[in-house]
Design a protein. Sequence first.
Length: 591
Amino acid sequence: MANQNLRFHESPVNAKVSNKKQSQPFTVADYLLTRLKQLNVTEVFQIPGDYVKHFTQALEYFDGITTIGAINELDAAYAADAYGRTRGLAAVSLQYGVSTFSALNAIAGAYVELSPVVVISACPGADARNIGSMYNVLYHHSTGNLAADQEVYAHVTVAAETLSSSVGAAEKIDNLLIAAITHQKPVYIACYKEVWGEPCPKPSKTPLKPLVIKSDPLALENAVAQAWAQITAAKNPMIFAGVEVLRHGLSGLLQQLIDASGFLYTTTSLGKTVLDEKGDKFVGTYSDAASIQSVTELVIAADCFLTLGTIITDDYLIFIESKYADMVLATTQQIRAGYFIYENVTMKDFMEALLHLFKITKGYPLKTVAPAQPIYPEPWLSNSDPQWNDQPDVITYNRFFQHAMKFLTDNHMLKDIVMTYGVSSSLYVATNAYGLSQNSFISSAAWQCIGYETGAASGAQLGSGKRAWTVAGDGGFMMVCQSLSTLARNNLNAVIFVMSNGVYAIEQVYVDITAFEPGPQHKFDAFDILPQWDYLALAKAFGAEGYTVKTVKELEAVLQKLKTKTNKPTLVQVVIPEKDLPGQMQRLGLE
C-alpha cells in the first residue's frame, strides 16, 4: 500500500512555516533535530509547553521533520513508542513535570519492550533557579525538586541528561542518541529553558551509529561449546525467538540459523513477527495456555530450546519452570546454557558462532517434518465460546478474528497493515494468527498496558508506512479515545476495532472466571462493568468514519467497505456478548 494512501495531504495544523529568517543562529534544538533527521526520524510527537518553547518553535520551522500534535501525553508517548518499534528511533517533545510525569507510563513500556524513544523536555532556566533560591519561589509544574524529572526518568531510560548550558551540548546529545540506538531503549534529554535556543555548532553529515560491543573471546568460546553440546544431544530441539532479535536488526541472522539448523521455531507474544510468518518452519506463536494445541504439543515435546532474544515474563512461568534446564538462552542481558551463565558475551556474536557450527556440520536436521500451517477457519472455531454454537451470526472474539483474518488474506492486505494491541482478551486471541509480515504485530505483551493499542496506532502507521489495524477492548479504548482525534487531525486512515462487551473482560477472567458462566446468578463484579458509549457519535465528533456491527454479516459488510480509499480513520464498534469467553482466555484463567 503506497504511503499516499495512508496520509492523503498535509494537515493544515502541521504544515511547515517556510519563512524562517536565514540570519537566525543554529541552535541546540536545531542540532538535536538534525541528528534525528539523519537517523530517519521524520515525525516528532508533541505536547507544547512554555518551558520547552524554544524546542517547539525550532521544530515548527525545521525542514524535513513534521510535528505531530497529540491530544495528551499518553497519546503522544504511546505513538512515539510504536514509531520507534517500526522506524528504529522516535522522539516525543513534552512539557516539564505535568507532561513528562503523565507520559511516564508509556515510556516505561517502551523501556521494558525495547523501543528507542527520545524524550525531549525543558525545565526552569538559570534565571528562574536564581529567583527561586533568592525568594523561595515554587515554579509551576515543579515538585520543588528541579531534578525530579531526570531522577524519575533515570529508572526507565538507558541515559538521562539535563543540559544547563549549550557548552558541550552537541557531544551530550550524540552520546544520548548513541545510547538509544545501541540499546534500543528510551533516553531522556532536557535543557534549562533558555538552552534549547542557544547557539550550537552544526553536526557532521555522517549519521550516528550504534556502538559495536564485542565478546570476550574465551567466554564466547566456552559459551558456544557448552551450548553446542546441549543442542547436539537433543532429539527434539526448537528455536524460541523473541523481540530483541527484531529490535537489534538480527532477524536475518535468525533466519540463517533456522535454515542452517532445520529447526522448527516459535516466538513469544511480544516477539510475534520477528520474521515473516509464511515460512514452513514457523509453527505458530507460543503464548502459554492461549496457544493453539499443536504449538503447545511441540513445546512440551521439545527437549532443547535455542532461546534467542526472548523476554521471559510471568506469562511463561510454566514454561520456565519446566524447561529451564533445557534452554540455551541468548539475550542482550545474559548468555546461558542449561545452568551455566556466561558474562561478556553478546547475543550477536553467540548467534554467529552457532551459525558457523551449523554450517560446517551441515546442520542438525529434525527427524520430524514441520507441520502444515492451520487452514481457516481454524484455529478460531475450536476456540470460540460454545455458548454461541446455536447462534452462528453472533460475533464472538474468535469469530471476529476468523472473518477479519480471512478478509485480510483474501484481499492480499496482510503485507500492507501493522497491527497494534494493548493487553486485552483480543491480544491473546490474536497471537493465534498466522501469515503476518515481519514487524507487523505490535503489542504491550510484557508491560501489559490497557489502552496502548489505540494510542500506538498513529505512531505505528507513520513509522511503518502501513495502515494501522488496531483491535481494542471497550475499557482500553475509553482510556485513550482522544487518540482517534490525532488520527483524524493527521489524515491517517487507521482502523480501530472496539470489541464492545461493556466490561473489562480480561480483568474479570482473573478476578472470578465463573462470572462468564450462563445464568443471571453469575454476575460480573461492579468494578469491571463499563459505561455505555455512543461510538457513532464519538466517531463523528472526532472526525472519523463510524460503524457499529452486531452480526457476522454486518461485520463482513463493513470489512468490504474498508477497502475504499479514505483520508479518515475508521472506528468500528464490534458488539459481542458480555459473557463471551474465548477458549484462549479460559485456559489462561484456569491455569
